[in-house]
Design a protein around this ligand. Structure first.
Ligand SMILES: *Cc1c(COP(=O)(O)O)cnc(C)c1O
Length: 394
């Protein structure tokens, strides 16, 4: 299934880095706090199944995703530990969640009431979401929270297994708003905490890194599992080293010398100032290497070289410092010798956050998974679920 590819552009996912980040976080939060590996959005673009597998090997107790569809993919892949859907699902879909033993998030009492009506056979497991200041989804008053518990207590078909909230500013040095949210959470869960077997959790990566004593029963580890700091401001005060897992590579598919005055790419916006070597790589905006990156650099033989001209849908051009052979490796994110282009560097160029960068690299880019520096698996999503070319040709 989708384990080969025929274009020289790929992302490498260092599974050892992910394993290391999970183990470091586990050590940091202690034995009594569970670790929920957040693998939504195809594990932030890294590869959901492969990341989930290594996270579990490293000691994750539970998986979390944003949508029911994502949870079903993981169940289908054979994972049998608890899976929590963090976003709001359709009440009409709860029987599907029950059938596959997936925990849903209840964003309100109204949702819980509607969901219970759609549960036909078996029992729906839910975590109640509390909105303590994020303003996204969740119950906003202690009264509504208690009503939800009362409602569930009288019902055979629904069970509240957890309560959680999400912080809006856990990654900011100013902790005023974080503290306000935390106090609201503590106050709201005071009574609910008396119910038995209810998992209480509030922390994302930033909370886990900075306030391990405030997590209660579990941390929801996302961005830092992938080796990235939740924000630039807290990068210098991380309690342990994070190892970046994602890198992006291509190869020169065409190399030519152009003369002074010659133009490159759509709009003919780039003009050679003298005779120049230009290399073409097979990656473009349809791969998530978006047009805004036109003034960025790549690494070839450990040297930074600029992208010139507009980025096309499937290709872009590099101004080479000297002649390079077709087939030479080009690194867009990652290390070559002493030089390093990090996800944070790319995020800065795009005036966005590091979270967005690997998420934006589309499924057209195959993912190679590495352990001990060797490739253990390749996933080409273009072929997944479709007939693999070649397979029926033989
Ligand atoms: C995505 C998400 C997380 C993970 O956050 P990170 O900052 O990536 O660690 C945790 N909780 C909820 C509710 C989320 O949506």
């Amino acid at each position: 299934m989708g384990n080969s590819f025929y274009r020289d552009t790929w992302a490498e996912i260092d599974l050892d880095a992910i394993e290391n980040n999970v183990q470091s976080m586990k050590k940091h939060i202690g034995k009594n706090v569970k670790l929920i590996a957040v693998v939504k959005a195809n594990a932030y673009g890294h590869g959901d199944v492969e990341v989930a597998k290594i996270a579990i090997e490293a000691g994750a107790d539970m998986l979390a995703v944003a949508f029911l569809d994502e949870a079903l993919v993981l169940r289908h892949a054979g994972f049998d530990l608890p899976i929590l859907v963090l976003g709001a699902s359709r009440p009409s879909d709860v029987q599907i969640a029950i059938n596959h033993d997936i925990i849903l998030t209840s964003p309100s009492l109204q949702w819980l009431t509607a969901a219970e009506k759609h549960a036909e056979a078996g029992k729906l497991s839910v975590h109640l979401k509390l909105d303590t200041g994020m303003g996204r989804i969740g119950i906003r008053t202690e009264n509504e929270l208690l009503q939800a518990f009362e409602f569930a207590a009288g019902k055979q078909k629904v069970k509240i297994e957890g309560i959680f909230t999400h912080f809006a500013t856990a990654d900011e040095l100013d902790t005023t708003y974080f503290k306000k949210q935390y106090e609201r959470f503590t106050a709201m869960t005071r009574t609910a905490a008396e119910y038995e077997n209810v998992m209480i959790h509030c922390g994302n990566s930033a909370t886990g890194l900075r306030f391990p004593d405030k997590l209660v029963h579990a941390v929801r580890l996302g961005i830092s599992m992938y080796g990235l700091s939740p924000s630039r401001e807290i990068k210098d005060e991380l309690p342990f080293e994070l190892k970046e897992a994602f890198s992006l590579h291509s190869k020169l598919v065409h190399v030519k010398k152009i003369s002074k005055g010659d133009k490159v790419s759509y709009g003919a916006t780039y003009t050679a100032e003298k005779d120049e070597w230009i290399g073409t790589i097979p990656i473009g905006y349809a791969d998530g290497w978006i047009r805004r990156l036109k003034d960025s650099e790549v690494l070839i033989d450990g040297v930074r070289m600029p992208i010139v001209g507009r980025i096309c849908m499937d290709q872009c051009m590099i101004k080479l410092t000297s002649y390079k052979e077709v087939g030479t490796k080009v690194t867009l994110i990652g290390r070559q010798k002493e030089e390093y282009i990090s996800i944070d560097d790319v995020a800065e160029k795009l005036e966005t956050i590091n979270y967005e960068v690997p998420c934006t690299i589309t499924l057209r880019v195959p993912r190679m998974f590495l352990k001990n520096k060797s490739i253990i698996e390749v996933r080409n999503s273009l072929f997944c679920g479709k007939v693999q070319p070649g397979a029926d040709e033989e």
